[in-house]
Design a protein. Sequence first.
Length: 628
Amino acid sequence: MRSAVDDEIERLTTALIEQQRQDGSWHFCFENGTAIDAYVIILFRVLDVPNEALIRQLHDRILAAQQPDGCWRLFTDEEEGNLSASVEAYYALLYSGYSQTTDEPIQRARRYILSKGGLGKITNILTKAILSITGQRKWPASISSIPLEILLFPKYFPINIYDFSGYSRIHLIPMLIMGDKQFSITNAHTPNLSDLQVRPVDEVEEPLPRGYQEMQDSIKTGLGWLIGTRRHIHETAITRAEKFMLKRIEADGTLYSYASSTILMIFALLALGYEQQHPLITDAIQGLTDMQFRYDGTTTIQNSPSTVWDTALLAYALQEAGIPADHPAIRRAAAYLLPRQQHKTADWSIHNPGTQPGGWGFSETNTINPDVDDSTAALRAILSFSNTDPSYLKSWNRGLNWVLSMQNKDGGWPAFEKDTNNEMLTWLAIDGAKSAAIDPSEADLTGRTLEYLGNFTGLDIRYPFIKQGAEWLIGHQEKDGSWYGRWGVCYIYGTWAALTGLAAVDLSANHETLQNGVRWLLDIQNPDGGWGESCRSDRLRRYVPLGESTPSQTAWALDALIAVQAQPTSETDQGIQRLIALLHEDDWKSTYPTGAGLPGHFYSHYHSYRYIWPLLTLSHYKQKYGKN
């Protein structure tokens, strides 16, 4: 076993060092299904963007992902397909001009869409928005019912725009602008989707969630507080919404460094009267074009390139694997990460005032949207240099202070913004609002932060704020012993983060919470020794086995067991053997998405994950059990 582990660590480290860029970064694809590819085709055709090669490449990728029954899926075991993804793909293929309504794949797609109820059964709000923008349906009531004037509500009001999570806010505001103006744009390229309407879309009733009326009453009350004529107030709200977007455009032209929000922003700018050749629009189109990633003869548009995240985690993993800090690869990675630390006081400071900036973001063009996970990843990577280099020490202290300041009042940690947990926003009549509208404490963020604080700063549960974080995790363990993870799939991810975090801050390995977590992981271990969880867990909010083992989920489960168990067990050793074998297999299990974005709508396959997590797990196994 020891020899096999050593050999695999050597193979992974060699491969990674060879793949590092000259600037110290690693570039792996952040693959997000076909949605962004479809939106970009539609946008480029609407605006007559002259990039035929890219449009054709995206068309071909979308077409290749079609299933035999005509559908598109978000993940392999989404057995009945995904209606929203299928409509997006069908629409984009026709918009591109490289597929025709008479083509057999298009006919198959049409039959599938109609069999699922047509356009009226779509639940994804972004799909609805794209259809509304291009004249295929009215703007959904779930958007039209939120007045733009909400941007004028004061921050102390029971519902205001800064109670929304940053990632929902940046998508919502462009949609509110367009919904307010009932904006749509068509041209000669626009397909006619009327034959996909089983009945008129606007006749399909959207179920209203619990508390929806209470939220509407709160909005009405807020409107009554605004001073001025209705017209003046409305014009002020439009101006505020426009400025909100313009203030958050990154240097590469994208809005908040997300492709999805950038696409919505471009259409919103058109709704506001901007010309198609306006520099803001042409810069945004270039920013989207630059988000493309080519692999295995395929081209896709990443929603937000994961360069900082991947580089930070890989630099840390290599050091855990025994690569010394003075190795050129580690030095280059640290030198890349240092200037990516953010120095702007941005939206995160609304609920966290008076704190010096110091976090890191997900992509290298991101300068105003740091998050806790990327920040602790970068801090892990640069720790070795903080002992000898004053610039790294200053950076590390600033980053540590920022992470500590982001702890929520309930003791846990959020992803992007502190204390953004207004339950009223989960009552929006938008599918997925419960997960998208707010940014509460989560087990994965809390666990990962505690793991960093315990293993890299020496803090433990004797410190009140560490104890509070540990108590949040203990209080949010599921009855079966697992934890739900927000940004990974899903219960394996959350349980790994929680167990490694609690172990790092010296919660006793005999504690009932840890023992229950270990028992749950062992109970769901596959017969082949690995672990695998379906993306369906995310939507159903209960563990759903995949039936097969994946590299990253196997690594997470093993890493959790290693953190808690003093000695290797037969289950652990079997898992290590299966993990090594998985790294030499190349099939759908290797590319199954284990990153989560929005339950039921958005999942990610990180091409870096088959390196990062297995290397960390194998290294931790060697460190802890190597002498046995």
